[in-house]
Design a protein around this ligand. Sequence first.
Ligand code: ARG
Length: 563
Amino acid sequence: MQQFKEEIGRLLSVHAGLDEAQVFADLEVPPSPELGDFAFPCFKLAKSFRMAPPRIAADLAQKIPPGSFFERVEAKGPYLNFFCNRGLLAALAIRAVLTEKENYGRRESGRGRTVVIDYSSPNIAKPFGIGHLRSTIIGQALYRIFSALGYHCVGINHLGDWGTQFGKMIAAYLRWGEEASLSADPIRHLYDLYVRFHSEAETDQALEDEGRAWFKKLEDGDETARSLWQRFRDLSLLDFRRVYKMLGVEFDAYQGESFYNEMLDDTIRLIEEAGLARLSEGALIVDLEDEGLPPCLLRKQDGATLYATRDLCAAIWRQHTYRFDLALYVVGADQALHFRQLFAVLKKLGYSWAENCHHVPFGLIRFRDGKMSTRQGKLVFLEDVLNRAVELAGAIISEKNPGLSDKETVARQVGTGAIIFGDLYNDRVKDIEFDWDKVLDFSGETAPYIQYSHARICSILRKAGKFDGGDPSLLLLEEEQAVARTLTRFPEAIERAAETYRPSVVARYLVDLAREFNRFYHQCPVLQAQEDVKKARLLLIDAVRQVLVNGLCLLGIAAPEEM
Ligand code: ARG
């Protein structure tokens, strides 16, 4: 649509002496298609033209002749409405997609800027739970979306691999742990130990002290403590990496909390030297009363540092190392207070870049399916969820397309795609109620629906075989136009998703595009159409295919050609 806007800028500068930049800024998209594709409001011109806005609009409509870009230019009240030449619109839309191919939608607006994205960040020695799934999926999608706009992205996994809980873990393992169980199913074994520690600690006060003592040893570099911790960490990472592989997720760096150990003293000194720290009942804190926030705890009475201390250190280190223009923390909404405190302390330290740090919060996932219910007190293991999705997808596919080759790969792509999309489609701040029937519904607002539309197009294109030429300006029907117009909206959807840190904008766009495609396909035959119309329609659906692939790829979802 860019070319059309430019043409309006040119027309209004020629016929009304207006500044093109101002025209672009004021140009609106009318609320309904009967009012054209663009509307230019004439209110601001009243003063300099010494005329009422409706008169100005009427005069301009008279002056501007229809041309190759606009079929009609009409005045409606104070607005000047432009109706695009439909043939040209379809041709430009399709040509843009088919020439740029996998780059269609990409922009350079972020070139030269760096964004650091902190996502996933699970805690070692604990199962990769469903809570970290959202961070992983949203973070990964944001990474791809920002990259598509030319930003240099740094994806960081801020593993929870330090803190007093590891002292407890060590104590528990030394009391009740079994090497055989640890090697067989490390995370389940560690998790059982963790649960046992907490239940026994209720009656056995000595346990807590033992845990604290082990954490102290760990911090002091004690051999036994270190090597057990290292083992827990390595085993956990093996587990996490399996999940990441299933989801197609990657990181540029695994800089967990332990990464900052050696730097924490410097961070604390820096805060002290800025005169921001004070002792309160033996603990070191930063008062944030003037910000209306509870104090930020830097060091406990026993000398141990905290989650917040490590996050302060990490933020400073990241700015120093990456010189980021934007830092995003994709973390559950329940940590909102932590991030407000973190950013407040950074601001007090005088860092102007603190303004560019943002918490990107999200809500909870709940399961409707009793089998995966967290309310039964059972922890939900992400791997079980993914496997179940793949299994269910496999069953649906076998029923729909028994002859499909490589069913397993497709089931994996559809199953994980359903989970990813189920997470991304809704506004991230809302809680999600996960319903298997819904996320796997082939005709709902789901990944399988989009993937299925894509596979359907691939099948039509395969049947059509190779063809030459085709004139997309023949695509004048309402359904064809709607598809072409939707194609032009893809680049804006990416921009808006990045601006608002909401991958759901892209997810929703894809549902719109798939819906418009299906509406078209039900009304307009492709392979049965007359030769020139057929070719034009094949070009149209080929462009839809490309945009569906590009969009799914931004969300981390595969697009199988058959399903
Ligand atoms: N490991 C933390 C948790 O599970 C999340 C860490 C998020 N990132 C951060 N820089 N605080 O709650």
